[in-house]
Every structure is written in C-alpha cells, then in structure tokens.
Design a protein around this ligand. Structure first.
Ligand SMILES: NC(=O)c1ccc[n+]([C@@H]2O[C@H](COP(=O)([O-])OP(=O)(O)OC[C@H]3O[C@@H](n4cnc5c(N)ncnc54)[C@H](OP(=O)(O)O)[C@@H]3O)[C@@H](O)[C@H]2O)c1
Length: 334
C-alpha cells in the first residue's frame, strides 16, 4: 500500500542542526475531511528562517512542534478535495508539510497557473525570496544613481535579486559570497561591480575600503556578524541599513554583541530598519508585475539548486546553513 513519507522535528538543536534533529516517518496518505483538501507536494522551499523555528524561542512565527512534520513554502497539486474553493488538479502554493501529502484546510493556500513559470520559480525569484529582495531594496533601501550598495549572501535566493535591482536603479553594487564560483557568477551574470569571498578574505574592513572607496549608502543585510560590523563602520551620512536577516548568527547558542560606536547612527543620521516580508503581502502585485516583466524581458537572471527527493531535505537544509547552496535552495519532492 502506498504510504505518506514525512519528516518530523525529532529534537531541538543546540548550536548546529544535526541529522538527529529530524526523523523520517511513514504514515497513511490522508483523505480529505469536510472542508479539507489533500495536496501532493511537488517542490519544497528550504529557507534560513526554518532554523530559528527549530528552537523554542518566541519569534514572529511560532516554533515547529516536536514530533510534528516541519512545514515550508511549497508548490503542490490538489489530489482530493472536500473544499468548494479547490478542485483536484489545481496547482497551489503555500505552507505544506515536509511530506509527500498534506491534509489542509486551504487557508493561506493560493492557486497558481503552472504554465506561467517553471514551478520552482514560484518559490524563488517570483516568490517569497524575490519579494523580500524587492521590498527591502526598492521600498526600504531606495538606492539612487551613483550610490554604493552592499549585499551580503549576494548570490542567495534573496541577494541575487537584491543586487540586480540596485544595479537597475543605477547604483554601484558590491557583494560578498562564500566561494569564488559564486563571486564570479555575481559579477559576470548578475552585474555586480565587485564581489569578495568572505571565507577567504580575513580583513573585511580592508576589502570593503578597496571595493567601496566612496563608502556605503545602502546595506542589504543578510548575514550579520563580523561582515555587518565592518559595513556599519563604512556607512555614509544618511545611509540605510536594511536588516533582512543575520544567518551567520542563527546557530549561535548565545547572542552576539552589536557593532562598536553605535553613536555614529546619530552622527551619520543612519536609518537602520528590519522587516518581515509577510507583513507586506498586500503589496506583492506590484513586485510580480515589475519583476515578472523584467524576467520575461531577459533583464533578470536567477539560479536555483534543486535537490532531488524529500529524504534529502534535512542534509540540504544543514548545507544551506553552511553556504552549500548556490542560489535558491529547493527540494523536488515528487
Ligand atoms: N526578513 C525577511 O522577511 C526575510 C525573508 C527571506 C529571507 N530572509 C533572510 O535573508 C537572508 C538570505 O536568505 P536566503 O533565503 O536568500 O538564503 P540564501 O542566501 O539562499 O542561503 C543562505 C546563504 O547564507 C550564507 N551563509 C550561511 N551561513 C553563513 C555564515 N555563517 N556566514 C556568512 N554567510 C553565511 C551562504 O551563502 P554564501 O556561501 O554566499 O556565504 C548561504 O548560501 C537570511 O538571513 C534569511 O533569514 C529574510
């Protein structure tokens, strides 16, 4: 008999995530109850925010529950429906279990046209990470012609679009990434003016001084830690630091201190602002139309790492936290 494979949170990590934090289980394939649908997952997005959700800390999203399947942004096909809003064959996007099949109320799921773009693109460049880049860079960072913009994790799901959008606004764009091939792609394909390998460079201040001789006007912050401290010290008057994430700190057992000389926020009249993309869903249409148009016109590049098989999701996720993904990380579930 066919079974539903699913991956549950077996234990909460202390420090780095390990394979022991996950457990693969077999369950029966769910049947839709009144008002429900059953969705067969096709693609599952793996994202850095899942790491804080594995811990018990209170945050803007509740923690994953022990012994329950982890969940993630997914694209799937409705295979059974007792909900009048959905029919078998519909392609939907939203939060599904790390599983082949999820029973769902339908709340928060949205139908998409599978012919509009390849399915993984809905989870990357045209999905949550793309919109994160758009909202953070365009609406918050507001880069202007001739300004210098810095993007950490420059080739990741968010960074790859953030950098290209700043470039299209006429800025000089500098990034950092975790290996030479990523930096090459950033410069040759994404149009970054420069990109340094943060795993090889030891003196972040010196490399930023060389690559950003006029200082930094907009920091699109994905990583935090030592790179962010060096950027902070090089912000120009009226600079904007847009805090999208701090992935280098997600596995820390104790919080890291902030940068020195915080009074320079006053002296330089800096704006330092964090955001969570889900607060801005109402404005997503503008992003889909602008970035969808740029994509169709061939003016935007994007890259995904697609890992085959749900059983490989835990290892792929652990790799994401070490920079092993090149571009948006997605699991092909089935
Ligand atoms: N605020 C929001 O609403 C929102 C939404 C989506 C994502 N985010 C945040 O945006 C950031 C990027 O997310 P993403 O989905 O685009 O992920 P991603 O960049 O595709 O993948 C994560 C990347 O982070 C880098 N990294 C991992 N560990 C690192 C470390 N210790 N030090 C330095 N770099 C490290 C690696 O790139 P390298 O190999 O280049 O180092 C890795 O590939 C994350 O901080 C995430 O939490 C925020």
């Amino acid at each position: 008999m066919a079974t539903n494979t699913r991956i549950v949170l077996a234990s909460r990590p202390t420090g780095d995530v390990t394979a022991a934090n996950f457990r693969t289980e077999s369950a029966t394939i769910p049947v839709a109850k009144d008002g429900e649908i059953v969705v067969r997952s096709r693609y599952l997005s793996l994202d850095p925010y899942m790491r804080p959700r594995m811990s018990e800390l209170r945050s803007y999203v509740p923690p994953f529950e022990l012994d329950k399947p982890l969940t993630g942004g997914s694209v799937g096909e409705v295979v059974d429906s007792k909900n009048p809003k959905f029919a078998p064959g519909d392609t939907v996007i939203g939060m599904l279990d790390w599983a082949h099949y999820t029973a769902h109320s339908g709340a928060g799921l949205r139908k998409i046209d599978p012919a509009a773009a390849p399915l993984p693109a809905h989870l990357g460049i045209l999905g949550m990470p793309g919109y994160t880049a758009y909202h953070g860079m365009i609406r918050m960072g507001q880069p202007k012609e001739g300004e210098t913009v810095f993007v950490s994790a420059a080739t990741g799901a968010v960074g790859q679009l953030a950098g290209q959008l700043a470039k299209l606004r006429g800025a000089r764009v500098v990034g950092c990434a975790g290996d030479d091939a990523k930096c090459d792609w950033a410069v040759k394909e994404l149009g970054y003016d420069a990109c340094f390998n943060h795993r090889r460079e030891r003196d972040y201040g010196a490399v930023l001084d060389a690559l950003c001789p006029k200082g930094i006007d907009v920091d699109f912050e994905n990583v935090g830690g030592a790179i962010m401290h060096a950027v902070f010290a090089r912000m120009n008057n009226f600079g904007r630091m847009i805090f999208c994430g701090a992935i280098s700190e997600y596995q820390d057992a104790t919080p890291k201190p902030g940068p020195e000389k915080m009074f320079s926020i006053v002296q330089k009249r800096l704006r330092i602002e964090g955001f969570i993309v889900s607060d801005h869903i109402a404005g997503m249409g503008e992003f889909v139309s602008e970035v969808g148009g740029l994509l169709k016109a061939g003016k935007i590049r994007h890259r995904e790492t697609v890992v085959d098989g749900l059983e490989n999701a835990p290892a792929a996720f652990m790799g994401l936290l070490k920079g092993e993904n090149f571009g948006k990380l997605i699991v092909k579930v089935g």
